[in-house]
Design a binder for this molecule. Structure first.
Ligand SMILES: CC(C)(COP(=O)(O)OP(=O)(O)OC[C@H]1O[C@@H](n2cnc3c(N)ncnc32)[C@H](O)[C@@H]1OP(=O)(O)O)[C@@H](O)C(=O)NCCC(=O)NCCS
Length: 388
């Protein structure tokens, strides 16, 4: 059987990344596998668990992958590379387009939706790059957390298989869950947003302004609305709507008016008690960002995220727009080219090519809470007199 490839590019979503295991991970695996829940529910994990068990497991991984039977991936924190858990694609039967998935999450990383995110990532890759048609999970009836993880990823409970396997010396039942490739695509299942840690919740409670930038055709407006809805009180300032104030265009228009108006309105919402203000507009280069920041007088931090997709993708999306009031044509190309030449100066870049807007919004929320894309730290209230 053909070897199973490692996902390339590697699979990441928000703060999670899936990667191959390395020997350096052995201590983290040994520590995690002392956990009674892993000992109880992870059938392939011996109990008690020793370093020798970890070494034997690591040694078995590459032959199984090369034989096309099993792909073992570490679930890590993408920032620290710390081990959060394990996810395995096994029982791969290419002829039937089928495989099963199993996972565990280290006790200290639980309660943040790690397993659901990892499962969602692996499922997307298995249905996409690997071309599988069906994924299966076999979960013990008493494992409520694991069943919830399955449901959050769109798996359907298909039945109870009695006395299906022996684990830890006992015959055990399994609830079988299945997910088909077309269901995954049709439901456009988003990566289930990871629940926030307490630190993130505290950060999320701080008022903040998030600029959602990008060329036409990357889903800025819908992403921004979805993102604003994640605040306790969220406002979405759509830059193009600010142009609605203009009734005659024959007067000379001040450069950067849209950025200054956006900054003023965003600041007013913050002053009015809103905790999340999203401004979506086109910033082709850092000059517009400077104009925005210069006009911004509120104390809440400002983050800048630029949504990105390659030119063929944005052109195709623009062509599908129902809004024919704005035939953009060459303007889309010009804007895309201008922004591309300044991408490293436009905050944090998120590729949206193959992602649902709600997933992108959840990703921005998490990144902002982790301090990403920050272009103006908070508590920087300027004296109004400085900016007449
Ligand atoms: C199952 C496991 C991987 C889930 O870890 P996790 O990603 O941290 O999961 P969470 O704590 O975020 O919980 C996932 C969901 O289950 C729910 N849940 C957690 N414990 C629960 C319980 N005892 N009863 C009911 N629901 C529970 C959570 O509320 C959450 O639901 P939500 O998404 O609606 O908020 C982890 O508990 C584990 O490693 N268990 C031991 C090994 C194991 O069981 N592996 C699976 C073998 S099939």
């Amino acid at each position: 059987m053909a070897a199973l490839p490692f996902p390339d590019p590697s699979l990441t979503a928000g703060p999670l990344a899936l990667r191959a295991w390395t020997q350096a991970d052995i201590p983290a695996v040994v520590a995690a596998c002392q956990d009674p829940a892993i000992a109880r529910f992870a059938a392939a994990v011996p109990a008690p668990y020793s370093e020798a068990d970890a070494r034997a497991w690591f040694a078995s991984q590459e032959p199984a992958r090369r034989a096309g039977l099993r792909l073992e991936l570490a679930v890590t924190n993408s920032a620290s590379d710390g081990i959060l858990g394990s996810i395995v694609l096994s029982g791969v039967e290419r002829v039937h387009g089928r495989a099963m998935v199993s996972f565990w999450v280290a006790p200290q990383a639980r309660g943040q939706g790690v397993a659901a995110q990892a499962l969602w990532l692996l499922a997307g890759w298995a249905f996409g790059a690997l071309g599988l048609a069906r994924l299966e999970l076999f979960i013990e009836p008493g494992n409520a957390a694991s069943q919830r993880v399955a449901e959050r990823c769109g798996f359907v409970r298909e039945g109870l298989l009695r006395s299906r396997w022996v684990s830890k010396g006992r015959r055990r039942d399994s609830v079988v869950y299945g997910l088909l490739a077309e269901e995954f695509r049709e439901k456009r299942t988003d990566p289930p947003p990871a629940a926030m840690t307490k630190a993130e919740q505290a950060l999320a409670a701080l008022p903040r302004v998030i600029i959602v930038n990008g060329p036409a055709g990357v889903g800025k407006t819908t992403t921004a609305r979805s993102l604003a809805a994640m605040g306790h009180s969220g406002a979405c300032v759509h830059g193009d709507d600010l142009k609605g104030f203009i009734v005659r265009r024959d007067a000379p228009v001040a450069t950067g008016l849209g950025y200054r108006n956006g900054a003023t309105v965003a600041g007013n919402f913050i002053a009015g008690g809103y905790d999340l203000v999203v401004f979506d507009y086109v910033f082709e280069d850092p000059a517009g960002v400077e104009v925005f920041l210069d006009a911004y007088t509120a104390s809440a931090p400002v983050h800048l995220f630029t949504l990105w997709a390659d030119l063929p993708t944005v052109l195709a999306r623009e062509a599908q727009r129902h809004d024919t009031r704005r035939p953009l044509g060459d303007r889309v190309r010009a804007c895309h080219a201008a922004m591309e030449s300044h991408l490293d100066e436009l905050g944090e870049i998120l590729d949206t090519s193959h992602r649902d807007v709600r997933a992108v919004a959840a990703d921005i929320c998490q990144r902002a809470c982790a301090g990403s894309g920050l272009i103006q730290p908070g508590a920087n209230r300027r004296s109004p007199g400085r900016h007449p």
